[in-house]
Design a protein around this ligand. Structure first.
Ligand code: DX5
Length: 230
């Protein structure tokens, strides 16, 4: 009897949402069955785009119950860590590239009583995070260069996803392996076969407004890697 493959987690990037109707858009995502919402926090310095702050997240927190993750694409994540947690994020993800003292920053997130994630950009080797895998709850492998939605998936990242999967397996810890950027029906299968278990999707999902539940079901199906498929 083949073991049941783990249920893929689907996370919605808020980047392509209609920011004039943010609460309604998040309610639609929740009703469609999304597992978490990713708040793409950008400072216009680490990435060439500027988005939202904790007050926006706190406003939406009041109208939906689904989990929130803050993806901090900012050069200095430390000063506002508490604010993302107070705003209602249960998971705070920082970039290895922006933390001079990554171990300390991740410890500070855990000390706030929430889960900690670490993200790596396409050019960043996993050696940058191997000494914090005892701390993190999630590794986020970027499959685009961050800053904008609608970019093409970098399939060259699949070897890195597989490397991350092997690193995680060696820890024996239940670390989520999330991918983010260009994830849609044509790309999610490759990321899943490489070892990802959590998939952040923005444009591919918002393109299917009005049929999001069906699209999520389709993406989950495409992301389910059967043991006998190897
Ligand atoms: C980086 C963002 C991602 C992503 C989402 O730019 O952090 O969340 O681009 O958008 P799609 O799914 O359209 O690539």
């Amino acid at each position: 009897m083949q073991p049941t493959p783990p249920r893929p987690r689907l996370v919605a990037s808020i980047l392509p949402a209609d920011f004039a109707r943010l609460g309604e858009e998040c309610r639609s995502l929740e009703e469609a069955g999304i597992d978490r919402i990713q708040w793409d926090v950008m400072d216009g310095v680490f990435v060439p785009n500027l988005t939202i702050g904790p007050d926006v997240i706190a406003s939406v927190r009041r109208v939906v119950d689904v989990g929130f993750e803050a993806h901090l694409m900012v050069v200095r994540p430390e000063p506002l860590l508490e604010r993302w947690v107070e705003a209602g994020c249960e998971l705070v993800i920082v970039h290895a590239e922006t933390c001079r003292h990554l171990h300390r920053t991740l410890t500070a997130i855990l000390d706030l009583g929430v889960r900690a994630g670490v993200a790596v950009n396409p050019a960043t080797p996993l050696s940058a995070i191997e000494h914090v895998l005892d701390l993190v709850d999630l590794v986020l492998v970027m499959t685009v260069n961050p800053g904008f939605g609608g970019q093409a998936y970098l399939s060259t990242m699949e070897s890195k996803i597989a490397e991350a999967r092997a690193l995680i397996e060696r820890t024996g810890r239940p670390i989520e392996l999330e991918v983010d950027g260009g994830i849609g029906p044509d790309t999610i299968g490759g990321a899943a076969r490489a070892g990802a278990t959590t998939f952040c999707t923005g444009s591919a999902l918002f393109r299917r407004r009005g049929a999001m539940a069906a699209e999520l079901a389709r993406l989950r199906q495409l992301a389910t890697v059967r043991e006998d498929a190897a």
